[in-house]
Design a protein around this ligand. Structure first.
Ligand SMILES: Cc1cc2nc3c(=O)[nH]c(=O)nc-3n(C[C@H](O)[C@H](O)[C@H](O)COP(=O)(O)OP(=O)(O)OC[C@H]3O[C@@H](n4cnc5c(N)ncnc54)[C@H](O)[C@@H]3O)c2cc1C
Length: 420
């Protein structure tokens, strides 16, 4: 890509979103630095299920969700848990969340998401190629499995949304499923495979490889926490950090679940929450599916990773500060053993690893991408929720478009911070 205006651009946050943005900005000829108080890639981007699911157009809130929630909360193996002490803090968010789930709104949200997620592998590919990390990205599809026709029917809206947005699906009955993925439990009677989906076999390794390439290309990583911005006459002059001011002509807020206070300094009040999620990994598992597989009832994913078998999922509402509840991760092991009966009944602790991370969530499942209220020099790219790996590459492209003053590659009007 031709060198554009050659600005000095600071990217706040070195997760997958910030790193993809930094790489695309660099391709435009800008001088780019990334600011993060932690090791790049150790936020939510570290331990997710690794799916680059072009088909992920399904918002979390949907019609009737309010009737499902009590059952989920009562079920200790269920996909949702809430720390009751956190309820008063999260009530306004939940109210918006439920309202975002009307029939009409979810169809509009899915339409808005498809160009962002649909381009995931094509927008990721040039970055991965440049970084020599093609061995970390695979396209084997994503398999969704169900134990009964009824449980598949409960996901009817999700499949309708995928299909009406052009997602091609192959359906398998119990016998075909067994041939496709012999490691799966015979309890599963239906399988749906989305062939256009991909995954990474090492999310942290992928972010690290992209960061290393960014540095090789002249980028700088600065260990500091951004606190706010210096703006003179409507133009950004610096990012304020706990290590002093960093001069910048443009900035990108990509601090994941921690972006809310930064946007607030610019007058944008975004109802950003953390949907905490967990993973449990088994090193040297007895069996491993070849295709990343989502259990339609339990709402968790089993992904074959370079370092073992990863079960990831569940949503816990408890804020950014509460310590992890590792029982949530252990539940994934119980469910995973049911999904893959070839796994041992017991595993030595040293073969298991547990992780908790913060999905940056908005009530309408759409990210916040676009200029800030205070100045066009600060661009937002956060709030990618359950699909941040998937939507990061196209978000990065769009950020570069906005900083260069080009029309964005896709319609970003549904992602404006001002919608709240
Ligand atoms: C269990 C689980 C499974 C998931 N599975 C998938 C999946 O299969 N596919 C998918 O697409 N998505 C998945 N996701 C979601 C995905 O992981 C996230 O949406 C994505 O990683 C968010 O990326 P990010 O760059 O916005 O945030 P993060 O990766 O969290 O990065 C934010 C960075 O900002 C830094 N930061 C914070 N505050 C500041 C500050 N003040 N100044 C500077 N830096 C700061 C942090 O240190 C961090 O490094 C999953 C999430 C979870 C929890």
């Amino acid at each position: 890509m031709a060198a554009a205006s050659g600005k000095r651009v600071g990217v706040i946050g070195a997760g997958i979103v910030g790193v993809c943005a930094a790489a695309y900005l660099q391709r435009d000829g800008h001088s780019v630095f990334v600011v993060d108080p932690n090791t790049p890639g150790e936020g939510a981007s570290f331990g997710n299920a690794g799916a680059f699911n072009a088909s992920s157009v399904t918002p979390v809130s949907a019609p009737g969700i309010i009737r499902k929630v009590p059952g989920w909360l009562r079920d200790p193996l269920g996909p949702l848990s809430l720390r009751w002490r956190y309820l008063p803090s999260i009530l306004p968010y939940l109210w918006r969340f439920v309202r975002a789930g009307s029939e009409e709104k979810v169809h509009a949200q899915a339409r808005a998401l498809r160009p962002l997620v649909g381009a995931t592998l094509s927008a990721l590919q040039p970055l991965v190629k440049d970084a020599g990390a093609e061995h970390l990205v695979h396209q084997r599809g994503h398999l969704y499995v169900y134990r009964s026709a009824e449980s598949l029917a409960k996901d009817g809206l999700a499949w309708a949304l995928r299909r009406e947005n052009g997602v091609a699906v192959d359906e398998f009955d119990a016998d075909e499923l067994r041939q496709l993925e012999p490691t799966l439990s015979r309890e599963y009677v239906r399988g749906l495979l989305v062939g256009e989906n991909g995954h990474t076999s090492n999310p942290f390794g992928l972010v690290s490889a992209l960061v290393e390439q960014f540095v090789r290309n002249g980028g700088v990583v600065i260990r500091a926490a951004a606190l706010g911005f210096r703006i003179d006459g409507g133009r950004l002059t610096a990012i304020r950090t706990d290590a002093g001011e960093l001069g910048a002509d443009a900035a990108v807020v990509a601090a994941g679940a921690w972006s809310k206070p930064l946007a607030a300094t610019l007058g944008d009040r975004v109802p950003l929450e953390t949907e905490r999620g967990y993973h449990l990994m088994i090193r040297d598992p007895e069996v491993m599916p070849n295709i990343p597989t989502a259990d339609g009832d339990g709402k968790f994913v089993a992904t074959p990773m370079d370092t073992g078998l990863r079960f990831a999922g569940t949503v816990e509402l408890a804020g950014l500060e509460a310590p992890p509840d590792w029982r949530r991760a252990r539940i994934l092991l119980e469910q995973g053993r049911r999904m893959l009966p070839g796994l041992a009944r017991e595993h030595a602790e040293e073969r298991l690893s547990l992780w908790m991370g913060h999905r940056p969530a908005t009530p309408d499942s759409l990210p916040v991408i676009g200029p800030s209220r205070a100045t066009r020099d600060v661009v937002y790219a956060f709030g990618h929720g359950h699909v941040g790996m998937t939507s990061a590459p196209m978000s990065g492209r769009v950020v570069a478009d906005l900083v260069a003053g080009r029309p964005p590659a896709i319609d970003i009007s549904p992602f404006a911070a001002s919608r709240f």
